[in-house]
Design a protein around this ligand. Sequence first.
Ligand code: T68
Length: 842
Amino acid sequence: SVEASIPEPQRAAWKKFQATPFVTKEDFEKEVVRHVETTLARSMFNCDETAAYAAASLAFRDRLITEWNRTQQRQTFADTKRVYYLSLEFLMGRAFDNAMLNVGLKNVAKEGLSELGFRIEDIISQEHDAALGNGGLGRLAACFLDSMASLNYPAWGYGLRYRYGIFKQEIVDGYQVEVPDYWLDFNPWEFPRHDIVVDIQFYGGVRKYQDEHGRNIAKWEGGEMVKAVAYDVPIPGYDTPSTNNMRLWSSKAASGEFDFQKFNSGDYESSVADQQRAETISAVLYPNDNLDRGKELRLKQQYFWVAASLYDIVRRFKKSKRAWSEFPDQVAIQLNDTHPTLATVELQRILIDLEGLEWDEAWTIVTKTFGYTNHTVLPEALEKWSVPLMQNLLPRHLQIIYEINMYFLQSVERKFPGDREMLGRVSIIEESQPKMVRMAYLAIVGSHKVNGVAELHSDLIKTTIFKDFVKIFGPDKFTNVTNGITPRRWLHQANPRLSELIASKTGGLGFLKDLNILNELEKFADDKEFKKEWAEIKYANKVRLAKHIKTTTGVTVNPSALFDIQVKRIHEYKRQQMNIFGVIHRYLTIKAMTAEERKKLAPRVSIFGGKAAPGYWMAKTIIHLINNVGAKVNNDPDIGDLLKVIFLEDYNVSKAEIITPASDVSEHISTAGTEASGTSNMKFVLNGGLIIGTCDGANIEITREIGENNIFLFGNLAEDVEDLRHAHNYGSHTLDPDLLKVFETIKSGTFGDAGAFSALTSAIEDHGDYYLVSDDFHSYIQTQALVDEAYKNQDEWITKTILSVARMGFFSSDRCINEYAEMIWNVEPLAPEKGETDGLGK
Ligand code: T68
């Protein structure tokens, strides 16, 4: 047992003085005051909200640590299989509110803080978002950590501790301006583990020789060393003492403070510069989503993180003294996209170069250990690394990749004799100038399962980008795990009143652990009283967002208007340009209406938010146009409340928690076949909003679950996209007349300098309209008109939203994690021992 590890004579003392997590309000207050007075060295006379946040979160952190240690001990002693989720991005957002809710002590904290003179909302808003991600991929990783802890899976997240997260977005004169996000000034949620340090090698060369037994040895020598220092972040499960670990690596110069030799020879500046260079590795998150730019520093980040994580995983395995063949029974590693694919090569290197295993034995272990999740079919997002770059940075890994490729191509040759073209198509090495390593192919070959993130997407990868690999490995290697979201953050935390109402009708908060319980709401879909409360909550959430809009943009919006929201990264494939063209069309339509006609129209607020990658000029132009349209429309006295256009600055997780509960409709309007899944679509529906969307990603499964009467679908289907594109380029391409009117208005200078937006119109008029904006525009406008009509019948609208929420159980990330565990990881939950919940406040 755990206790037996402490020698008998000392055990009593340790047990007697064991830390006991607070449960009561009084104990919480005592902890807060202690942290203010000792940890923070402040007094009650100068304890401002920042200090109160610091002290309160330290009190909760202490509490988490206790459970976290117990969870880790329990897992070590149970010696069960663990899962390791490798992700370059974890878009966690704020931790304090989440910790209070998951531990079940938010009310205790609220009352305690109130007695000390603070409002809990003000304290919560002091926290800086942990924004170590770009968008959906990073947020998915964060939802998964919440689910894995809540379901008691022995699971770790491994990532990088960026000093700068995703940039802060400011809007200046309608343009996006990027400001660095230095977020580490005060971060109570991390624990530096200065004792957990791994040396990471780069560059150098490979020496091959035969040892005294005549065995071929490859030795990676020379080059540079950098240190990886572990920082641990506790991940509390909901309604369970299980508290998992997220380990983030930070880079540091290997020589300690600086190079003493250089220092002594008088070269002080360059010794400090070396240190700076080492620290650069984990300095900044690359701000591109769905785009691969092939920068050397990015490859360095990837190897640094992968090598440190694998060293750690292997070290933990070795403590169990098992045979190497048992490694896949103890370890499952999931690759979140291709970013950590080098892990497959690194494990092979460890096994053959350092542990002396034979190639085949090692490779069997590798492929049994890894699973790979694909998140995109966009060609510009598929990762490739130049061979010369890799040769220079990771010479031994490149050799191993070539060898993996050789054995792989030999097996293909055996299966499809004489098919030279197939060999060229599936080779991990692309024969281009320079040659490139195709990371997705390497990930497929190095894993036992490959999954897409929604049904359509998983089908598409099998029939397009990975078609040949289905022939080679058979269809069973490829599977689907439709994405999900955690209802703890995206319902309970973001929308406490709705959560409370649901709890009151479904017998408590059980739905947060078993989201299918939401089904019980169906019987209230026509209940007058219930509908009234439901509508009041939506209205209150819209009032909250309206206030936020007022304070951040100065624009007054009417909370009774239809709130139409599109918040996500700005990307041509997501088609924010189509949305703003639709808004302009609406503006022109209203302008041409009589006073009588205007009375019948549902007033609308079009709300946009999202960041453009700093180098993505077209995306920045879309932001500029949205802001200029807003400036024109919002100040047109002829329009009044009928239409407002808002761009919300700096969209992030904590803002999403205010925005998501406030939608009437949200837009998920990507060109069919381009959005792998989408996850905000799930969040909006779960919060009682309807969606307007294309038949793309998870929209399709959402429709299947909630019913096609409860969603506004439009546009061309994925299966027709290729032919349409072909027709644009080789046939006649007539543009939608309504869209052309919108273009005329833009070109006439109605929204400021017409030239500024020519790239947007010309992508459609002159460059083949790759994203089919014109093809879908008519159907989009018509469907928006249906939304207007439907919104007028509030009674029916509310019923639709209730039915939708009732049917969203499938989209819990708990369901999703259970599928990964069963189909890919083969891991079991490790439930806490009886009595272990004693420390919890429930
Ligand atoms: C998103 N991908 C998908 N990528 O676009 C979205 N890419 O459909 C899906 O729901 C989500 O993943 C979760 O599966 C991304 O967010 C990135 O952010 C990204 C980052 C770096 C490099 C490439």
